[in-house]
Design a protein around this ligand. Structure first.
Ligand code: EPU
Length: 343
């Protein structure tokens, strides 16, 4: 276990905010984590962090950041894999592709670590990680006890889980058990994925595809649209795509007709609501490329706020986000909710 005090967190959050933490514990076994939780001398609160790719530190953190450095991937059956929380998510995707296992290929190249993937229910290109999760292993911060939580109890939904609500600040994820498949189960029906696969490989027949082919395709789509977090700080999508009532959607359509904005992209969901890409709403409010201090709206994907100058401060990002939220509400009557967590 490595314990450090007054630690610079710039390298531990993908937004690259220059903030510090009173204390940082890098734990490399479940027992070490339990010892840290039981140690009353560590500053509170205790806050588990993965790759820091979905959060914005709004100020210096007064407690202890807990980070997992365990990086094991173990096959525990023909179709089940145990992965330590500290494994870089995309390393797990690469491992599956190398072993010809289907499951996470559409989620390739998403920044962050395995532990956070289970909290946040990461999703992309027609798949969500909750479809693969069998159970989540955690330590309870209240009493350092171990618990294995079946996915069915995590209340997974679009970019959401109980870990973000009643279990917030309660559990530290130590590992995740995923179900994968050695039979081809490609999911190609989102956006241009099928087209891109056909263009690259000349076929979309499941029996002729490998998980590596889908992984490569998705990776190249992402690289064309989203900033590389190593080069330009960001936390990926800043807002969730809003799901609105059919009535609210009609209002958006009327405004789009009146202002000649073209057809409104949308997806009708099973629960009767309509999902509208937040990127479209933000774009039509004229935010592309706009900035506040060192933070800017990414030109290729306006759902992403970037640390454009490299020296943006949390207030720049928060002020830009608030401006976006207010103008989308004013023009379209739609509420944008943050995907990024403020700490
Ligand atoms: N659009 C515009 N203007 C633009 C760019 C996009 O109007 O400049 C509109 C277009 O209608 C386009 C849509 O926005 O069809 C963008 O859709 P796209 O499928 O590219 O992505 P998204 O809905 O904006 C979601 C996820 C991404 C994920 C992609 C692909 C959320 C909040 N975001 O974005 O996740 O990679 O789908 O599945 O659901 C992340 O969470 O960090 C993330 C990047």
């Amino acid at each position: 276990m490595r314990t450090c005090f007054n630690v610079d967190l710039t390298g531990m959050n993908t937004f690259r905010m220059k903030v510090s933490s009173r204390c940082l514990v890098e734990w490399s076994s479940v027992d070490e984590l339990r010892d840290a939780i039981a140690d009353p001398s560590l500053p509170r609160p205790l806050f588990p962090i993965g790759g820091g790719s979905n959060l914005l530190f709004t100020k210096d953190f007064p407690g202890t950041v807990l980070h997992c450095s365990m990086k094991g991937i173990r096959r525990i059956g023909p179709d089940r894999v145990h992965v330590d929380a500290g494994v870089v998510w995309d390393d797990f995707c690469a491992w599956c592709a190398d072993n010809n296992l289907w499951g996470p290929e559409n989620l390739s190249y998403i920044p962050g670590e395995v532990g956070a993937s289970a909290v946040q229910n990461i999703g992309a290109y027609g798949k969500e990680v909750c479809e693969l999760i069998e159970s989540v292993e955690c330590v309870d911060i209240r009493d350092a006890s171990l618990i294995t939580i079946p996915a069915s109890e995590c209340d997974y939904s679009y970019r959401d889980s109980r870990f973000k609500h009643d279990w917030k600040w309660r559990y530290v994820v130590t590992g995740v058990i995923y179900r994968v498949s050695s039979e081809p189960v490609p999911v190609l029906d989102y956006g241009h994925v099928r087209e891109a696969v056909l263009e690259r490989y000349g076929t979309d027949a499941p029996s002729e595809l490998t998980p590596e082919m889908v992984r490569e395709t998705v990776t190249s789509i992402r690289k064309g649209k989203l900033p590389e977090v190593d080069e330009l700080g960001s936390a990926g999508s800043f807002f969730r795509n809003p799901c609105v009532s059919p009535e609210a959607f009609s209002i958006v359509r009327e405004i789009a007709d009146k202002d000649s904005l073209g057809p409104v992209p949308h997806f009708e969901l099973e629960d009767g609501t309509v999902k509208i890409p937040a990127a479209w709403l933000i774009d039509k409010c004229g935010w592309k490329g706009m900035s506040r201090g060192g933070a800017a709206v990414y030109i290729k994907q306006p759902l992403v706020i970037v640390n454009w100058t490299g020296s943006a401060i949390p207030e720049d990002v928060m002020s830009l986000a608030e401006g976006i939220r207010a103008s989308v509400k004013e023009r379209f009557g739609v509420d944008l909710n943050r995907e990024v967590e403020y700490v």
